[in-house]
Design a protein around this ligand. Structure first.
Ligand SMILES: Nc1ncnc2c1ncn2[C@@H]1O[C@H](COP(=O)(O)OP(=O)(O)OP(=O)(O)O)[C@@H](O)[C@H]1O
Ligand SMILES: [Mg+2]
Length: 268
C-alpha cells in the first residue's frame, strides 16, 4: 500500500528513578500519499514523540510504521523534518542550506541547481539566496527550512510546531505558504501545532490527542485546508463551521487540561 501506516504504536520511557512514562499508547493511523494531517493536544500528550518515531529518531516500544510498504527503522531522506526553529547551518548562505541534501547525495550543481532555484522562488527567497542565515528574519528562516526539506524530495514532511515562534502576521503568511506547497508538491504532511486555529486551517485531517497515556482522542476530516488553497485564510476563518469546530476543540482541550490539573492536585 502507498502512504504511511502507523500500527499500534506505543512508547514507554523508563526513567532513571525506576518509574516510567507512557508517552504513547496504541496509536494507529493511516495517511494516504498527499494527505495533510494536523496534530493538536495538551502539552505532554506525545505529539513530538510520535513525530520522532515516524522520523526514525526513536524506536517505539511496540508497534510498527511502514511507508509505501517498507518498514521504517531509522532516519531517511524520504521523511523530512522541519523544526520550530529552522536548525539551519549558520555558516552556509541560503542557497547552500537549500542545496545541502542534494550535495550530500553526491549530486552536482548542474543536477540540482535548477530545482534549488525553483524552490527558492516558490518560498519567495530568490533575492536572498546569497544572504547569511543571521541576516534573515524568523519567517525567512522557516522558508529556508521548508525549501531545504523539499530539496530532498521527501515523501513525507514532518513539522513540529514549524510556525510557533513567528509573529501573528508572518505566521498567517506562512500558513498560506504551507497550503500552497502542499497542493503544488502533493507531499504527505504531518504538522504539529499548539494553535487550534492553525490545526483547523492546515488540517485536511485533524487529530486531537489526549495525555497520560498519549493517545488519539478524536479525529476530524475538514474542508478548510482545501478552501485555504485558493481563498484568503481570514475569509476561511469566518466560515460558520470554522467557528463551531474551534469552540468544540477548544472546549475539548480545556477539559483535558482541567483533568490533568485536577489529578496533579490530588496527587500532591
Ligand atoms: N526522552 C525522554 N525521556 C523521558 N521522558 C520523555 C522523553 N521524551 C518525552 N518524554 C515524556 O513523554 C511525554 C510526551 O512528551 P512529548 O514531548 O512527546 O509531548 P508533546 O505532546 O510534544 O508536548 P509539547 O506540546 O509540550 O511539545 C511527556 O510526559 C514527556 O515528559
Ligand atoms: Mg512537542
Amino acid at each position: 500500500m502507498t502512504g504511511l501506516v502507523i500500527e499500534n504504536l506505543s512508547m514507554r520511557f523508563d526513567l532513571p528513578n525506576g518509574t516510567s512514562v507512557q508517552a504513547l499508547q496504541d496509536v494507529s493511523l493511516e495517511l494516504a500519499q498527499g494527505e495533510l494531517l494536523s496534530v493538536l493536544g495538551p502539552s505532554g500528550c506525545g505529539k513530538t514523540t510520535l513525530l520522532n518515531i515516524v522520523a526514525g529518531f526513536l524506536a517505539p516500544t511496540e508497534g510498527r510504521i511502514t511507508l509505501n510498504g517498507h518498514r521504517v527503522t531509522g532516519p531517511d531522506a524520504e521523511r523530512g523534518m522541519v523544526f520550530q526553529q529552522g536548525a539551519l547551518f549558520e555558516w552556509m548562505n541560503v542557497r547552500e542550506n537549500v542545496s545541502f541534501g542534494p550535495r550530500m547525495r553526491g549530486l552536482r550543481e548542474k543536477d540540482y541547481g535548477a530545482n534549488v532555484d525553483h524552490l527558492l522562488n516558490v518560498v519567495g527567497l530568490r533575492d536572498f539566496m546569497e544572504k547569511s542565515v543571521y541576516e534573515l528574519s524568523g519567517g525567512m528562516q522557516q522558508r529556508v527550512a521548508l525549501a531545504r526539506c523539499l530539496a530532498n524530495d521527501p515523501d513525507v514532511i514532518l513539522m513540529d510546531e514549524p510556525l510557533g515562534a513567528l509573529d501573528a502576521l508572518t505566521r498567517e503568511k506562512m500558513q498560506s505558504l504551507v497550503l500552497k506547497l502542499w497542493k503544488e508538491t502533493g507531499k504527505t504532511i504531518i504538522l504539529i501545532t499548539h494553535s487550534v486555529e492553525e490545526a483547523l486551517l492546515l488540517g485536511e485531517r485533524l487529530l486531537v490527542m489526549a495525555p497520560r497515556p498519549g493517545r488519539i482522542h478524536r479525529e476530524y476530516r475538514l474542508p478548510f485546508a482545501d478552501m485555504g488553497v485558493s481563498a484568503d485564510l481570514r475569509q476561511v476563518k469566518k466560515h460558520s463551521e470554522f467557528a463551531a469546530r474551534r469552540e468544540e476543540i477548544l472546549g475539548m482541550i480545556w477539559d483535558m487540561e482541567e483533568e490533568i490539573m485536577g489529578r496533579t492536585e490530588v496527587a500532591s
